[in-house]
Design a protein. Structure first.
Length: 263
């Protein structure tokens, strides 16, 4: 319980340390490339161009205002995907630190998650500017955006922390995670609407929290619909359980990582 509520090795201490490590890491990243901060925006824009060419022109997905539909889906999926991938080796690569220091391993995936929050916040600001530029008028419903993003942060952190904690014991899973995320991307409605899917598969989208999140973002930003309170509460309950279980998993194994990584 001390691990969850505080103390020297508690989660709040880990959060404070992780935020500082993330700040220093971001500062270092901006000095390693000539483009600096601009690269954080150019990378998602290039991905968006590829996806729009394939799904908007080659496959001709039948969705009204497909460019905006795709921009929203890709923006928020990319956040989840990059954070989970960056967490994959967050603990696995810290073998020498864990072998020689008594440090809370939760710090390492949290650092990756906080770094990606900053990067993706800039991308979201760009998204909102693009929406305004193409004629979408900001409304009071856009105030739901931070709440939905907070739910995504908890889900992303839960998945990322669990993956980071599991990989030191099962390193071969790293090979499967990329493929699993690729499948999840196509199962989350990033490139198509629910109406484009045969009815017998609708339940798969309904049970996928990423598909629900992306749909909520589109409802608020694109369609002018307030998110369902039931959907928000269900997402929060599931996200909170996932996050707590992931933190407890690392807490229960924090003294085993050095031994597992030394094999």
């Amino acid at each position: 319980m001390r691990f969850l509520l505080g103390g020297g090795g508690g989660i709040w201490s880990a959060v404070r340390i992780s935020i500082e490590r993330a700040r220093l890491g971001l500062k270092s990243e901006t000095t390693r490339t000539r483009l600096g901060l601009a690269w954080w925006l150019l990378e998602p824009l290039m991905l968006l161009g590829i996806y729009y060419t394939v799904f908007g022109h080659l496959l001709r997905i039948q969705v009204e205002n497909f460019a905006v539909f795709l921009i929203i889906g890709v923006t928020f999926w990319t956040w989840f995907n990059k954070s989970v991938m960056n967490c994959t080796d967050a603990i696995y690569e810290k073998k020498h630190i864990l072998e020689h220091c008594r440090v809370n391993p939760l710090i390492f995936p949290l650092t990756s998650i906080f770094k990606d929050v900053v990067k993706e916040s800039l991308v979201v600001v760009l998204l909102l500017a693009l929406l305004c530029a193409v004629g979408f008028t900001p409304s009071v419903l856009w105030l739901y955006l931070p709440l939905i993003a907070f739910l995504q942060l908890i889900i992303t952190a839960g998945v990322g922390i669990f993956v980071a904690g599991l990989i030191p014991f099962l390193p071969d899973l790293r090979i499967l995670i990329s493929s699993a995320l690729q499948f999840l991307m196509f199962a989350s409605g990033v490139f198509y609407a629910k109406a484009n899917v045969p009815e017998q598969f609708h339940m798969l989208l309904d049970l996928n929290p990423l598909a629900t999140l992306i749909s909520l973002y589109r409802d608020v930003l694109m369609y002018g619909h307030a998110p369902s309170i039931d959907s928000l509460l269900a997402l929060f309950a599931g996200a909170a359980v996932l996050f707590v279980l992931a933190v407890l998993f690392i807490a229960g194994n924090k003294n085993s990582y050095a031994m597992a990584l030394s094999k």
